[in-house]
Design a protein around this ligand. Structure first.
Ligand code: SF4
Length: 365
């Protein structure tokens, strides 16, 4: 059972799409820029200390854009202390109250997530758009299947993909009428197929960057799997420029899962990737333990190597021939191999050390 390559899927298998670039702080989204990973704080934004502590953790985990809920004037005021203390770009999440959007911009926020349809009338939207233009802050138009306009929902008989795409189109067209093009769009449903269809419909008509995610994906493994399926169905078609994995719980996990999804699709690399065989009746070593040990040892390595951990010396090297390097162990012996060719035979208890030495050498070469 050979491993499949994690190289980026060739463009010919994706839908044709040319995407504009939008800049939020120093993060570029769209164009030829890599798909970025973002998250949202779960602390009360008004609690500056706790929010800064969570932002620090997210930043360290590799989060590239952080969204904060701004439900009150107190939260909007806190943004000034928060934004001046961090380097990672910040986006304020505003519902219903355009004044909070204006205050967030005054406080130095890098971008806004609003739904132009629910923050007031046309004049309020115009005011927010003008303030964004003055500050060079983009807007993310966030369409959610759970909060569509009644009229659109009725027209389509529910929160369908077409209804979501129409809602997004309507809001974007209004921004365009105001001469504002510095926006990106998200269309999120908790249903994977609706989510995919809505984004595909919209992506074929508009050239703005798309923020993708499955809303209310849930928690734990089921939320992670649902998100991975939803993101893969879009990214493998070339749709999606920035992504949030919405999981209940510690947002740092969202970054870990997001990175794993992007690395699995060959979209980005975050250091060496450890792959391992599924094990079978021929397995002669404790694969899970060894793979975990190697993964930990490689945490601070920067290369894009694919490292295989295989459970038997008979089939291991061949099955992992698409890995750059790997080990296969059993019966007291460890084999170190590169691209399927055995380069070293060592006692089993020394194989991890021998593998790590080879990897270090490859990083230096
Ligand atoms: S133990 Fe050997 S044959 Fe079995 S899955 Fe692993 S590498 Fe393949």
């Amino acid at each position: 059972m050979p491993f499949s390559s994690s190289e980026k899927l060739p463009e010919k298998f994706k839908i044709e799409r040319r995407v504009r670039t939008v800049e939020i702080g120093d993060l570029k989204i769209g164009g030829d820029h890599p798909v970025s990973i973002q998250s949202m704080t779960t602390t009360s934004t008004a609690d500056v200390e706790k929010t800064l502590a969570q932002i620090k953790k997210l930043d360290e985990a590799g989060c590239e854009l952080i969204r904060l809920a701004v439900p009150s004037s107190e939260a909007a005021r806190a943004l000034s202390s928060i934004s001046s203390a961090v380097d990672v770009p910040l986006m304020a999440d505003i519902h219903f109250n355009h004044r909070l959007a204006l205050k967030s911009l005054e406080a130095g926020i890098d971008g806004l997530r609003i739904n132009p349809g629910n923050i007031g009338g046309r004049s309020e939207v115009r005011e927010v758009v003008r303030a964004c233009q003055n500050r060079g802050a983009p807007i993310r138009v966030g369409v959610n299947s759970g909060s569509l306009e009644d009229e659109i929902r009725e027209k389509h008989g529910g929160p369908t993909a077409e209804a979501m795409a129409e809602s997004a189109a309507r809001q974007v067209d209004f921004l365009q009428e105001l001469g504002f093009e510095d926006y990106l769009v998200s269309l999120k449903s908790t249903d994977v197929n609706t989510n995919t269809a809505a984004n595909l419909i919209f992506a074929q008509k508009y050239d703005c960057p798309l923020h993708i995610g499955i809303t209310e994906a849930g928690f734990g493994r089921s939320g992670e799997i649902k998100s991975a399926v939803g993101m893969a169905s879009l990214l493998s078609r070339g749709v999606g420029d920035t992504m949030r994995i919405s999981l209940t719980g510690d947002p740092v996990r969202e970054i870990e899962v997001g990175r794993k999804i992007l690395a699995s699709l060959g979209e980005r690399s975050f250091g060496p990737e450890v792959i391992s065989c599924p094990t079978c009746g021929r397995t002669e070593i404790d694969i899970e333990k060894i793979a975990a040990e190697i993964k930990k040892a490689l945490q601070n390595f920067s290369s894009e190597l694919k490292v295989a951990v295989m459970g038997c010396s008979v089939n291991g090297p061949g099955e992992a021939s698409q890995a750059d390097i790997g080990l296969a162990g059993g019966r007291g012996t460890g084999l170190i191999f590169k691209e399927g060719e055995v380069i070293k035979k060592v006692p089993e208890e020394e194989m991890i050390k021998a593998l790590l030495q080879e990897i270090k050498q490859m990083e230096c070469d």
